[in-house]
Ligand binder design. Structure first.
Ligand SMILES: *Cc1c(COP(=O)(O)O)cnc(C)c1O
Length: 222
């Protein structure tokens, strides 16, 4: 169920917390973007957030995202592991794909971008804890992969994304991602979720991806 007032209040609270976290470490709050993760929530929830002034959204499944987006005034990030056969639809609807993690996917994105005449902004997802069940390029292969994607996509490749292992202190993982982004001269560091976005801001996040704390709990998986 969508409660527009709750969504508005939650957005205000998250922005206040982001601002406090940024100021506490001497950062300008304006350099940090909130991605409102609307997966599993209906389009009405997205519209309520839009009305409350939120403009950047994240979805992890392309098919679900295509049922809600594009929406005027909304910018869409695809943040979940992306199947190669969904790349074309992702390129069609997304302003950014944050989960580029393998050459086959890069091939599919490049083909789709050619065919559709548009290429979203791209982030390389790094499997920062080298967890077998997670998508993202392995840390040992990240440098080579990032260089290759830079060569291929040029300025469309803007940064890195990660999801640290659950239950661990995320700080060292955030720090590692920031160092990788710095080493490659990439400005965007997408890291931090409902439970750890303040820590992520302390470690240099430029984008935080917050779902539950804005839209409430999700039912079932995802
Ligand atoms: C679901 C999801 C989020 C948001 O998680 P919350 O804990 O609900 O804030 C962030 N990033 C990715 C990649 C996700 O899939």
């Amino acid at each position: 169920m969508t409660d527009p007032n709750a969504i508005r209040t939650n957005l205000e609270t998250i922005h206040a917390r982001m601002e406090t976290a940024a100021r506490a470490c001497g950062r300008d709050p304006a350099e940090i973007t909130l991605i409102a993760v609307s997966k599993t929530h209906p389009q009405d929830a997205v519209k309520a957030a839009l009305l409350a002034g939120q403009s950047v959204f994240g979805e992890n499944r392309v098919q679900e995202a295509a049922e809600k987006f594009p929406l005027p005034g909304a910018r869409l990030h695809i943040i979940g592991g992306l199947q190669t056969n969904k790349a074309k639809e992702a390129v069609r609807i997304a302003d950014a794909i944050d989960s580029l993690d393998r050459v086959a996917l890069a091939d599919a994105i490049a083909r789709a971008a050619d065919a559709l005449g548009r290429c979203p902004e791209l982030l390389v997802q790094v499997n920062i804890g080298d967890e077998p069940q997670k998508s993202g390029v392995a840390t040992a292969e990240a440098d080579g992969f990032i260089r290759a994607m830079r060569a291929r996509f040029g300025a469309q490749l803007t940064g890195l994304m990660c999801i640290p292992p659950e239950g661990a202190d995320p700080a060292p993982y955030f720090e590692r991602l920031r160092q990788m982004a710095d080493a490659h001269g990439l400005a965007v560091r997408s890291m931090g979720m409902s439970g750890d976005f303040e820590t992520a801001i302390r470690y240099g996040a430029t984008h935080v991806r917050v779902g539950t704390a804005i839209f409430g709990a999700r039912e079932g998986r995802a």
